[in-house]
Design a binder for this molecule. Structure first.
Ligand code: ATP
Length: 689
């Protein structure tokens, strides 16, 4: 039989899309027809939630293709049978028991879509990629994984792949399921118990890979993770809004997203209310603080000097101080958390009393032991030896009571460091103290010393290079029995407490065995722009591999010197708005008010990042340089590199901030400057604006 003409093939594939949509509709109707009826109210409620989630997962967005690839398995290549499978965002099944119309991209059978190549066809003869336009299937592209020598280069020369990578950006981040690259896929599909750390230059897909890994794990280890949970940690709320849609688009609504700040405030009930200068924050973020806090907590254990005396009826029962001391020592040696030990002590004391009653001929039972444990003398004696502690109050005391701090920090922090750590204005209450992020991280550490922090199944930590050792510990304890995916770029480290090496960070996270991978292919930043930004690398991270852009377009880079930079920015924004896609106006934080006025004055509709809840709905965003991390825009208009550098406490940090800001553009970057460019950029060309 002759091969069908391409148009006939396209028609057949379009029909498969129609059939799949109809089947999905049927699955939805079926789910909608189910009633949640559990044995009791709780299980009915649970079932309701399960059905609600299922309905959400089955939602059909007509603009998002139901499948994007097809695999033709061949029995002569070792497959069980000749079989055609369509790969999409979720399983779609036909009539009950029928063949799947679409398989989930995360299923094992979908693996060859991402990993097969000529010479290693993975039992698949042909891989097909589909091109879509507004949800309509408009094109396809075949790779013969067995015969065609051309297929060898097909993956890198695929027009469909290229158009996906080149497409203009609109709104928040989108998923990349249709075009995950083999080296990214290996990270996405690593086993749940495998902790990973991904070092990658700007735009190499770290965030995308981390989110797809979360989606993969939620699918492949659904039951395990339904209980323990998955958490995604990002640098700030703007970033979280930017990535918020990716997991739901992949049918996963169960992962929690947080910043380190929201995580520790949520857990401790203490709000982050103040900002502080770098020197104290660096010390508070240092790993030595963990030992200071450990001493601060456990230093509260008293030394028994008097015996416990429990009057009961006509008798007085005594438990000697030496015995109590042994008891405390034994509980400490068992490594129990402070609160657990505190809860055990009265029972231990009561048990001793019981032994004495028995020795005198009584036969008391468990109820007597409980009553003794709850009796006033036992409680008072235990409280004196093992007092109740409040995490926030303890940290407040440490930061205000010089003598207490000196005792806890002896041999750990020198006198200058202790002075820096103390609050500038003593406060009597936690609220009055206006705790900073670093302070609340300390409170979280103390909370964990008091009571073990529950661990999740998996934590994805993005922009991890910016976390202090104490912040890493805070994230790490939330994965103490789980695994982590750590994403970051040492060249983009912009906090004074940032990490120097991934090994060190992984140690603080409690994941020293994690494997470190590197991604170097850049999907965001065009060649001309990345080459320009990479001039900074020798000054900010000399050991890192310079990234290379896989983008076909070299992109536009325009350096404009101007005597009226705000006006030049406004003009550049006007130009950018004439082409498709989003526009990010990245400016030194100090110039935000001036630029805001200039853009408003010129009638530009924009959102100021960080100010209101982000919808990423307007085409233009005004982005303070310190909030640019992790974001991307089709066109970036960047104001005053020297000002961005000067906004940071030291030159290297300033240059790193500039590196972050220069690498946000997908299509074009216009750099407007009134002052000379930083020498490290060594601009070869400049045009007057
Ligand atoms: N395999 C891929 N196919 C298509 N697009 C991709 C692929 N990988 C990454 N991208 C796109 O490249 C852009 C950059 O990805 P992402 O934001 O994840 O990079 P990043 O490494 O986290 O960058 P940064 O370090 O700057 O935060 C995004 O638009 C993403 O969708």
């Amino acid at each position: 039989m002759p091969a069908p003409a391409p148009s006939a093939t396209l028609t057949a594939e379009q029909q498969h899309l129609v059939d799949s949509r109809t089947a999905l509709q049927r699955m939805r109707e079926h789910t909608a027809g189910l009633t949640a009826q559990g044995g009791d109210r709780v299980s009915t409620e649970h079932l309701k939630q399960v059905l609600h989630r299922r309905m959400k997962a089955l939602e059909d967005d007509p603009t998002v293709p139901l499948f994007f690839g097809r695999l033709d398995y061949a029995s002569d290549l070792g497959a069980e049978r000749d079989e055609t499978l369509y790969v999409g965002r979720r399983h779609v099944t036909g009539e009950a028991g029928g063949e799947p119309l679409v398989i989930d991209w995360r299923a094992g059978m979908a693996l060859p879509f991402y990993q097969a190549r000529v010479g290693e066809p993975m039992r698949v003869r042909r891989r097909r990629r589909f091109g879509f336009s507004s949800g309509r299937l408009t094109a396809f592209e075949d790779e013969d994984l067995v015969r065609s020598p051309a297929a060898e280069v097909a993956a890198s020369s695929s027009a469909i792949l290229e158009s996906e990578i080149e497409r203009p950006r609109t709104g928040p981040m989108r998923d990349i399921v249709a075009t995950i690259q083999p080296e990214q896929d290996t990270i996405v599909r690593a086993r749940l118990d495998q902790s990973l750390c991904v070092q990658g230059a700007p735009g190499t897909g770290k965030t995308a890979v981390g989110l797809h890994r979360a989606a993969y794990l939620l699918y492949a280890y659904r039951e395990q993770l339904a209980r323990s949970g998955v958490l995604v940690v990002g640098p700030n709320d703007s970033f979280l809004s930017y990535i918020a849609d990716v997991l739901p688009a992949l049918g996963e609504i169960d992962a929690t997203q947080a910043t380190v700040g929201s995580l520790v405030s949520g857990a401790t009930g203490v709000a982050v209310r103040g900002l502080e200068a770098a020197p104290p924050a660096v010390i508070k973020g240092d790993a030595r603080m963990a030992e200071v806090l450990r001493r601060a907590v456990w230093g509260h254990l008293g030394r028994p000097t008097e015996a416990l005396v429990v009057p009961r009826g006509a008798y007085q029962w005594r438990v000697g101080a030496y015995l109590t001391e042994e008891m405390l020592g034994e509980l400490r040696e068992r490594g129990v958390r402070y609160e657990a030990g505190r809860a055990m002590l009265p029972q231990r004391l009561a048990h001793q009393v019981l032994l004495r009653m028995e020795a005198s001929g009584d036969s008391p039972d468990d109820r007597v032991q409980n009553a003794v444990a709850r009796s006033r003398p036992v409680r008072a004696y235990a409280e004196q030896l093992w007092p109740t502690l409040d995490a926030a109050k303890l940290v407040l005391r440490l930061l205000t009571d010089a003598e207490f701090l000196a005792r806890c920090a002896d041999g750990l922090l020198d006198a200058d460091e202790q002075r820096l750590v103390r609050l500038p204005k003593p406060a009597r209450t936690v609220a009055a103290a206006r705790f900073t992020l670093a302070d609340v991280v300390l409170v979280d550490e103390v909370s964990d010393l008091l009571q073990r922090t529950p661990s999740l199944g998996h934590v994805v930590l993005d922009e991890a290079q910016d976390l202090s050792p104490m912040m890493l510990r805070a994230v790490g304890r939330r994965a103490s029995t789980g695994s982590v995916t750590v994403l970051g770029d040492l060249a983009q480290a912009t906090t004074p407490w940032a990490t120097r090496s991934w090994r060190e960070s992984l140690g603080h996270l409690g994941q020293a065995d994690a494997v470190v991978e590197e991604l170097v292919a850049g999907f965001r930043v065009p060649g001309a722009v990345i080459d320009f930004a990479a001039r900074l690398l020798p000054h900010i991270a000399p050991s890192l591999t310079p990234p290379h852009s896989v983008r076909r377009s070299r992109g536009e880079l325009d350096l404009r010197r101007s005597a009226d930079p705000a006006a030049a920015v406004t003009r550049a924004v006007g130009d950018a708005l004439r082409s498709e896609g989003t526009v990010g106006v990245v400016v030194p934080d100090a110039t935000v008010p001036a630029l805001r006025a200039a853009l408003s004055g010129a009638g530009v509709v924009f959102e100021l990042l960080g100010e209101q809840a982000q919808g990423f709905e307007s085409r233009v965003d005004l982005v303070p340089a310190t909030l640019a991390k992790g974001l991307e825009f089709d066109h970036v208009v960047l104001l005053e590199p020297a000002g961005i550098v000067a906004g940071e406490p030291d030159r290297v940090t300033g240059l790193r901030r500039l590196y972050v800001c220069l690498t946000r553009a997908v299509s074009s970057l216009v750099v407007v400057h009134g002052e000379p460019l930083p020498a490290e950029l060594d601009a070869p060309t400049a045009s007057a604006a």
